[in-house]
Design a protein around this ligand. Structure first.
Ligand code: GLC
Length: 679
């Protein structure tokens, strides 16, 4: 049951797809206080758990900290960060009462979940215009599903998007790209995509190609495509201010950019220097921006990542002038404790400064709206522009799309990656904990940069990240570190190869579970509590996840870890894999276990009366045979598993012939439409 409460006159966010009547009662369960800002409070029971809020810092249970929905670029994801790149305003209270809560707001919302007062959940909205949805249901899964039905079906990527992807902010020339792909092929490590970061552009101008480094770009795309490898270019939000640059010229001429208070095109600094932002909150401009992607699709591109669309601002003249004045003032003085830190602070406040988001305006259906009031809609609509354009330009084939900035609603057009993490063990753990909450907010196709984006990784950290990444729909190794992070750049290339082969082998299961989750508005990654609600211990587990209907994972995320405690909420079968031909199957009883996991091993658990179908890996998903499947199972009774499979790119997804029933008992397994056999 969903109830909708309205406050003020909210701007339409396009987050929901179902119309729910507005309820004229006072809001239930929460206390509303009309302070300077509207504040809603809820008293939490000691055992209450709060799931959700999507991409954020800290644990699966969000209690104990304040999270602010303000899409924001920031290189260091430290524990004290209140905001990352997303505005995911949905959470579920699980405890004395089970309740789903969605703040449908375009502006900034903060959630103090027991930080100020341990039992108080305090939600504050910067503006007074928003809708709140309260969802009651039979259980956690039911509440989560009702919410997903409200916001519409999640984006489904093409099948090749589940392959292994290699990226790095450094590849520049055609030889660089050829060399990387060749090394993967020579080492026989599967690879489906290689990424183009900002250096492929001319002067960091979106929708251009640097012809000096990539004179035969179109041929290169084709050459890789023939090998089954996709090139995936980045697109940045900021449009360089430069006469002669076609996007700039046309944008100015057609009046596509956000305006400052005087009605001039708003200007700020990002990678290329001064930039304008396209006013994508206006439908016509969104369409125009989407049209720009045709430039890349025409060159054979079928995957894009959208970046810097929070939107990220490095500086504005206003902020620079403040900093320069301070420098002038202090130039000839001896810096002391106060002046030294003041100067440092002034420069660190240059980027992502909230004041800069008050300097520009959107035209929403003729209404002039200051950006900070609708800040969180920006990244969503920039990526939506691409998603809508792909439907126009590629009506049959799905295009890979994921974005850094995001808000609920965007999940219908795109996936997300978790941005600039670091090669820290704590960030591997964070990535594990982010996944189920990101799923709850509708983003199923997601993952973090394997090995860490910033600072140097090491072989063990990357290995453990890859072993977890086997299960994340987006499995991309991306970095800007000094140290090479490609899998062949380490001593145990063979072990990495085994792990990537395991990933590829599982694609039938992973793809099936991902698509089914999207079609049925369910989560692909879930906290244990969603499957074992009455199990007190399962509710407290922060480092194990359910993946699809059959698997539970318990990743290793600690330095020098060669094992870990695992809680089994019921009897399960442990699979400990070194390679596809070398693994153990061990039946374990419900309860606590210590499981040894060597550096060269990945583990997972199969639930009773479940199976995991897999295929023979190949060097690309294109070269795999998805009609000949093997099965790992933990089956006592006769069971039936519904495998989803299609050609991997059709947009016409929900067809009866895409669903294949696999029947399994302890001794045999069978399927009418595919060849299946037990391993
Ligand atoms: C941002 C992105 C990162 C990318 C870099 C350069 O920091 O998050 O992934 O490599 O910009 O484009």
């Amino acid at each position: 049951m969903i109830k909708r409460y309205r406050y003020g006159q909210p701007i339409s966010t396009d987050t929901i797809v179902k119309s729910i009547p507005i309820c004229d009662e006072n809001i239930a369960f929460f206390q509303l206080e009309n302070k300077e800002k509207m504040t809603f409070t809820y008293t939490m029971d000691d055992n209450d758990i709060i799931y959700g809020l999507g991409e954020n810092m800290r644990g699966i249970n969000k209690r104990g900290f304040t999270y602010i929905s303000r899409c924001m670029d920031g290189a260091k994801h430290t524990e004290d960060r209140n905001s990352l790149y997303a505005a995911h305003n949905f959470f579920i209270i699980d405890g004395k009462k089970q309740l789903g809560v969605f703040f449908d707001a375009a502006g900034i919302v903060s959630y103090d979940i027991g930080e100020t007062e341990i039992d108080q959940l305090i939600i504050t909205c910067d503006d007074n215009d928003f809708d709140i949805y309260l969802i009651e249901g039979d259980n956690l899964k039911d509440i989560a599903k009702q919410f997903r039905q409200l916001i519409g079906q999640s984006y489904i990527p093409p099948k090749w998007a589940l392959g292994y992807h290699q990226s790095r902010w450094m590849y520049k020339t055609e030889d660089d790209f050829r060399n990387i792909v060749k090394q993967y092929q020579e080492n026989q490590i599967p690879l489906d995509a290689i990424y183009l970061d900002i250096d492929y552009m001319e002067d960091y101008e979106s929708f251009t190609i640097n012809r000096e480094n990539l004179p035969h770009f179109e041929e290169l795309v084709q050459e890789f495509k023939e090998q089954g490898v996709h090139m995936v270019p980045i697109i940045d939000a900021g449009i360089k201010v430069k006469e002669g640059y076609h996007v700039y010229d046309e944008g100015v001429k057609q009046n596509r950019f956000c305006k400052d208070k005087d009605g001039k095109n708003f200007k700020c600094g990002v990678w290329p220097g001064y930039c304008h932002f396209v006013d994508v909150l206006n439908e016509d401009n969104r369409h125009w921006f989407g049209d720009q992607y045709q430039f890349l699709l025409d060159k054979g591109i079928d995957g894009i990542w959208n970046d810097m669309n929070e939107p990220s601002i490095f500086y504005t003249d206003e902020r620079l002038n403040e900093a320069y004045s301070l420098v002038d003032e202090l130039r000839d003085s001896e810096l002391n404790l106060f002046t030294y830190f003041k100067m440092r602070g002034q420069f660190s406040k240059l980027s992502s400064n909230p004041k800069d988001y008050q300097l520009f305006y959107h035209d929403i259906n003729g209404q002039k709206v200051r950006h900070d009031k609708v800040h969180n809609l920006y990244g969503y609509n920039l990526t939506r522009a691409a998603g809508e354009a792909f439907e126009r330009f590629s009506p049959e084939k799905r295009i890979l799309l994921f974005s850094r900035g995001s808000m609920i609603g965007m999940h219908r057009y795109s996936g997300i990656w978790t941005g600039d993490n670091l090669a820290w063990w704590s960030h591997l753990k964070l990535c594990i904990q982010q996944m189920p909450n990101i799923n709850l907010c509708g983003f199923l196709y997601s993952g973090g940069d394997l090995g860490g984006f910033g600072s140097d990784t090491n072989e063990e950290l990357l290995m453990r990240w890859v072993q977890f990444g086997i299960f994340t729909p987006l499995m991309r190794n991306h970095s800007q570190s000094q140290r090479a992070q490609e899998l062949y750049a380490f001593k145990h290339t063979e072990i990495f190869k085994n792990m990537i082969e395991i990933r590829y082998a599982f694609i039938p299961y992973l793809y099936s579970e991902l698509v089914k989750a999207a079609l049925s508005d369910e989560s692909y990654f879930r906290p244990l509590a969603f499957d074992y609600e009455d199990d007190k211990q399962a509710r407290l587990i922060e480092d194990q996840l359910m993946v699809g209907e059959a698997i539970m994972i318990a990743p290793i995320y600690e330095q020098n870890g060669r094992g870990r405690f695992v809680y089994l909420p019921e009897n399960m079968k442990l699979i400990r894999m070194r390679s596809l031909s070398d693994y153990d199957e061990i039946e374990l009883e419900k309860g606590n276990h210590y499981i040894h996991v060597g550096f060269n091993e990945m583990i997972f658990f199969i639930k009773p009366n479940h199976i995991v179908p897999f295929a023979k890996p190949a060097l690309t998903t294109r070269d795999m045979n998805f009609d000949e499947l093997y099965v790992l199972g933990y089956v006592q009774d006769e069971i039936e598993y519904t495998l989803y499979d299609d050609d991997g790119y059709t947009r016409d997804i929900n067809q009866p012939e895409h669903f294949h029933k696999i029947y399994a008992s302890k001794e045999y397994c069978d399927c009418k439409t595919k060849k299946v056999q037990y391993r």
